[in-house]
Design a protein around this ligand. Structure first.
Ligand SMILES: Nc1ncnc2c1ncn2[C@@H]1O[C@H](COP(=O)(O)OP(=O)(O)OP(=O)(O)O)[C@@H](O)[C@H]1O
Length: 225
């Protein structure tokens, strides 16, 4: 599903954020990417979403070398993946429904089909009753669930999340991670950047550890104690 082959990334104004990174993630895996602040976790996810490009090396997603995807190919590539952010990036003046619907509007899905899929996504995150509310009236955990519903509404093969529990207390964080695990259960590949080691240990999934842009450990789920 995902292959990094000798990938390095140097930002214009800075040192190397990723150095010669190589790993493979199979379809349907759930993987945590962890490491200190500035280790390169966000950069790794940004390369997958083509928000950034590598300086060297090759990133392959679903059999496609991302280096061959031009600007015009980016929207089609992004339809393969759902993204969840720490600050959820919801439109606060629109309803929960409208926020979740947005990727389908962009993809040109007809209104009836959109309504069906939005309600299915809200149901999966337990927020069906909130569809008419503006996100501002929801708790932080609920807002994060809206962000997850928006990420999965178009049924992406890959779900990537950057510190999705950064603002949540331990119990809510666990619930959100459980939700990601549920999506893995139905076949979605899930990659989550997180610095929360306690939480990562509880989830017992594969863990990739970065240190100053280098991969220093790659633990299989069974090795996570
Ligand atoms: N747009 C940018 N321009 C220049 N340098 C950047 C940029 N984005 C990230 N960096 C640098 O690249 C390195 C890796 O950053 P990155 O955000 O990927 O790390 P991270 O592990 O996600 O950190 P955090 O946990 O703090 O979010 C850091 O040294 C950071 O300062």
């Amino acid at each position: 599903m995902i292959r990094f082959d000798q990938v390095s990334k140097r930002y214009a104004a800075g040192q190397e954020a990723l150095s010669q990174l190589s790993f493979h993630i199979a379809p349907g895996e759930m993987v945590f990417v962890t490491g200190h602040s500035g280790a390169g976790k966000s950069t790794l996810l940004k390369l997958l979403a083509l928000i950034e490009r590598p300086t060297r090396g090759t990133v392959t997603l679903d059999g496609q070398n991302l280096g061959t995807v031009g600007v015009r190919g980016i929207p089609r590539l992004r339809r393969k993946l759902g993204m969840v952010f720490q600050d959820h990036r919801l439109l606060l003046d629109r309803s929960v429904f409208a926020n979740v619907e947005l990727p389908l509007v962009i993809a040109g899905v007809p209104p009836e089909e959109r309504a069906r899929r939005v309600r299915a996504a809200l149901d999966k995150v337990g927020l069906l009753a909130y569809e008419k509310q503006p996100p501002a009236l929801l708790s932080t955990g609920e807002q994060q669930r809206v962000g997850i519903a928006r990420a999965i509404v178009a049924k992406p093969a890959l779900l990537i999340a950057d510190e999705p529990t950064g603002n949540l207390d331990p119990q809510l964080s666990l619930e959100i991670m459980q939700l990601f695990a549920d999506f893995q259960q139905v076949g979605t590949t899930v990659v989550i950047a997180s610095h929360d080691l306690m939480l990562i240990k509880r989830m017992k999934k594969r863990v990739i550890v970065l240190d100053h842009g280098r991969l220093i450990a790659d633990l299989a789920a069974e090795e996570v104690a």
